[in-house]
Write a protein that binds this ligand. Structure first.
Ligand SMILES: [Zn+2]
Length: 125
């Protein structure tokens, strides 16, 4: 009897271009320029004498969480990202990846594909 050959499914890792296609305009803006922190709240934890600060990004809704002592020292910072923002299977973006994202934002603007709410009114290129 012949042994069956094991079938190994080949998986091609995603490229940055694959990832860019899945990012909405808000995610592209945050990936290029960084988050725009606007929303803020703080919760007091009396037992441990700590403040739990939360900032919210106006563009993508990412939350930045800081744990602050009563003297103002930040002891921990964590982020809570919206669905579709992170690509854990891809790993951190490289300089070249960030350049590809940046040129996509510029290209979207020049092709008139950027949402109007992102554009500065009255400015001429
Ligand atoms: Zn953001």
């Amino acid at each position: 009897m012949m042994a069956r050959k094991a079938v190994l499914k080949v998986v091609t890792p995603p490229t940055v271009q694959d990832i860019i296609k899945t990012l909405n305009d808000n995610f592209l803006q945050c990936r290029d320029f960084g988050h725009q922190w606007v929303g803020y709240s703080v919760r007091v934890e009396k037992r441990r004498q700590l403040f739990h600060e939360t900032l919210r990004c106006a563009m993508c809704n990412t939350r930045k969480n800081r744990l602050v002592t009563r003297t103002g020292e930040v002891t921990r910072t964590t982020y809570t990202y919206p669905e579709g923002y992170l690509f854990k299977e891809y790993g951190p973006f490289t300089k070249i990846d960030r350049e590809a994202i940046r040129i996509t934002v510029i290209d979207n603007f020049l092709r008139g594909k950027m949402p109007e709410e992102f554009m500065i009114k009255g400015d001429k290129a």
